[in-house]
Design a binder for this molecule. Structure first.
Ligand SMILES: C[S@@+](CC[C@H](N)C(=O)[O-])C[C@H]1O[C@@H](n2cnc3c(N)ncnc32)[C@H](O)[C@@H]1O
Length: 200
């Protein structure tokens, strides 16, 4: 049977590997393994999201939520550089296990737990970031993006990456009832979009 990176297959053989990443003077090491997204290298879209965020965000961030965290690249890098606390969630148990290892490895103020979308999330955040699981289907992606508004503080902001050929424009349109959206970067067919809750 075809296994997706988001399915929990505990029988899948473990082959731990380390992926290095550097941003300016900050050096990071990530444990990765079979059965998680982009297991051999940092995903281009995730890297573009993090680096665009670091270049463009001018808001003071204190608490960040990384939805569909994989082995924790985005939340861990932002937590370290912005000196904010991070919560990293994923439905994939192995991804959460690796994220917990990577939180320790990179010494950041963060926590990670298993969550099917927002099922076990109880707090509110000033920023939510996600490289959503396109392969899980549009319903899951829209659930992550639309319901982020429930877990964002009043002035909170959602940042996400999506490819043009994976429906970036139609997804952006579908969330425009809830958010004011901006495409803040385009590179190699990847769009970085930020979305601010419309005031009610
Ligand atoms: C495109 S990957 C991004 C991974 C990671 N953020 C990165 O940058 O490498 C999407 C992630 O969403 C997770 N995911 C899929 N369905 C989910 C769900 N229902 N709830 C939470 N996470 C989910 C997958 O396991 C995967 O780790």
């Amino acid at each position: 049977m075809l296994e997706h990176y988001f399915t929990n297959n505990e029988a899948l053989k473990s082959e731990l590997k380390i992926i290095d990443y550097k941003y300016k003077e900050h050096v990071f090491h990530f444990n990765s393994d079979n059965g998680v997204f982009s297991k051999n290298k940092i995903d281009f879209g995730s890297r573009l999201l993090v680096e665009t965020f670091l270049n463009q965000n001018d808001k003071k961030i204190e608490k960040i939520l990384d939805v569909g965290c994989g082995y924790g690249f985005m939340g861990i890098v932002l937590s370290k550089i912005l000196k904010c606390s991070a919560t990293l969630i994923d439905v994939n148990k192995r991804a959460v296990h690796l994220t917990k290892m990577n939180i320790k490895e990179n010494r950041v103020e963060a926590e990670s737990f298993v969550s099917d979308i927002y099922e076990t999330v109880t707090e509110k955040y000033d920023c939510i970031i996600t490289n959503p699981p396109i392969r899980a289907g549009k319903e899951v992606v829209l659930n992550i993006l639309k319901n982020a508004s429930i877990y964002l503080q009043e002035e909170g902001i959602l940042w996400f990456v999506i490819r043009k050929d994976q429906g970036a424009k139609s997804i952006k349109k579908e969330i425009e009832k809830i958010y004011e959206t901006n495409i803040v970067k385009k590179d190699k067919g990847f769009y970085i979009i930020n979305a601010k809750k419309k005031l009610t």
